[in-house]
Design a protein. Structure first.
Length: 370
């Protein structure tokens, strides 16, 4: 936006510095011109004139006029024309926003033209019966202090692949005030702040903003990926923000099996006994339950054993979980000394599940001595 300020002069008056009255507004895009009447009309020192976007009235322009010497003025009009072209220099057309009568006190005029509109202004004085253009301010934007409207709807669900969440955005019929949309995410059960200054920008768009849009985001590549909360942040061109649409505690899809054991072994211990040893990995975050099955005289691979009920196998460990699993993992190694039914080959199947039901199957064979 342009911000040009000038002091108006007439005749041989050369110094008007320090006589400008500043308005309490954000001044933008104006030019000033000093135009005196033709012939012998003496305007005297011309007033200073400023216009800018209003700082506190929505849809308004603020105009400031500071008079210097006014003895020759009969009346002063502030004229307005919507758009970027100033009112006619003839000072006999266009809308009069305000007529300033004697004694011509300094003025700050608020002109409500409507959000999203621009206007241009001309200050005209009637001097000895002759209309005189004093100055112009062109293409001034009205203030926009209103936040964009909220979405019609916003929702998120577990996504189609590991670590992903799918969010659905339903835009309102009128999204013309939208300039930027951000989808912000934050791990856990609390949505990002309504001030939209935290979390991660999972997606953003500058338009078009129409109908319904599905956005699939990778919330986390960890295993398990965890739960996430989201907020939609929408700004208009004037940087007004709306952020009322949010969802909380959405599970990212967990489609990855728990991490495999560092090692698994079944070794002969003593007569008619096999020692089964599980060495846990460093990261067991995804471990929720462990089941272990045994099958006598079955070579590896133990096709007769499965993790859906054990098949033909015997249950050695049934749903090791909770405090028991925590204690086993804390030791780093989990060991079972199993009395064998007799000498010969044995197959063991270890079934490790996470909270989403993803399964890691690991089998090992051992031999019991007579």
């Amino acid at each position: 936006m342009r911000n040009v300020m000038g002091n108006l002069k007439a005749g041989n008056l050369s110094n008007l510095a320090g006589l400008l009255l500043l308005c309490s507004c954000a001044a933008v895009g104006f030019n000033l011109e000093g135009i005196t009447a033709s012939g012998s009309v003496d305007t005297g020192p011309l007033p200073t004139f400023e216009a800018g976007t209003h700082s506190s009235v929505d849809g308004a322009v603020s105009i400031s006029v500071h008079f210097l010497e006014t003895s020759k003025y009969e009346s002063v009009d502030l004229r307005r024309k919507l758009g970027s072209v100033a009112p006619a220099a003839s000072c006999d057309t266009d809308t009069i926003v305000q007529t300033i009568p004697p004694p011509f006190a300094d003025q700050v005029v608020s002109d409500s033209i409507g959000t999203g509109l621009t206007a241009s202004y001309r200050l005209c004085a009637n001097i000895e019966g002759s209309p005189t253009s004093i100055g112009v301010a062109e293409n001034i934007s009205a203030s926009d202090l209103t936040a964009p409207g909220a979405l019609d709807a916003f929702s998120c669900i577990t996504g189609p692949s590991h670590g992903r969440i799918r969010c659905t955005i339903d835009f309102p019929a009128d999204s013309s005030d939208y300039a930027l949309l951000e989808l912000r995410s934050l791990a856990g059960s609390s949505a990002p702040s309504a001030s939209c200054n935290d979390g991660t920008v999972a997606a953003s768009s500058t338009g078009p903003f129409a109908a319904t849009r599905n956005i699939t985001v990778l919330a986390s590549s960890a295993n398990p990926p965890g739960n996430f909360s989201f907020r939609i942040c929408i700004w208009d061109a004037a940087n007004n923000l709306t952020s009322s649409n949010s969802v909380a505690n959405i599970a990212a899809l967990d489609a990855t099996a728990p991490e495999r054991l560092d090692s698994i072994s079944a070794t002969t211990n003593i007569s008619a006994e096999v020692r089964l040893t599980l060495d846990f990995p460093a990261d067991t975050t995804d471990y929720v339950t462990i089941d272990i099955y045994e099958q006598y005289q079955v070579p590896i691979p133990a096709t007769a054993i499965d993790c859906d009920g054990g098949g033909d196998g015997t249950v050695l460990v049934d749903s090791l979980s909770g405090a028991g699993l925590t204690a086993a993992i804390a030791g780093g190694t989990y060991e079972i000394r199993e009395g064998a039914s007799g000498a010969g080959d044995y197959a063991y199947l270890v079934c490790i599940r996470d909270a989403a039901g993803n399964l890691d199957e690991e089998a090992v064979g051992g031999t019991a001595l007579p």
